[in-house]
Design a protein. Sequence first.
Length: 109
Amino acid sequence: MDDALMKAIDKEHLKCPFYGFRRMTVHLQSLGYAVNRKRIRRLMKLMNIKVIYPHSNTSKPDSDHQKYPYLLRDVVIDRANQVWSTDITARAAPLYPNAEGFYVLYGHY
């Protein structure tokens, strides 16, 4: 019974890596498994499943990080393609398993 349950936990964890043992328990109960949170917690710990969640103080800059000057402060932008920029934004993305571990697909629209 634990093998089927662990397979279901792994499948759901790949879809929703932010599910902890409480939410995972509710999900598995909705699928018809007769489980409690202690069992799911034990199995997730046995499987070494870690929940993905935002950590505290993620917006604080590192004190050792170099600060770069804003180079466009006094520039008048008056035509197209005069200035270009880019943005690196961190956001949650689904994890897909492969032989070496997991990979993440990102796309920009």
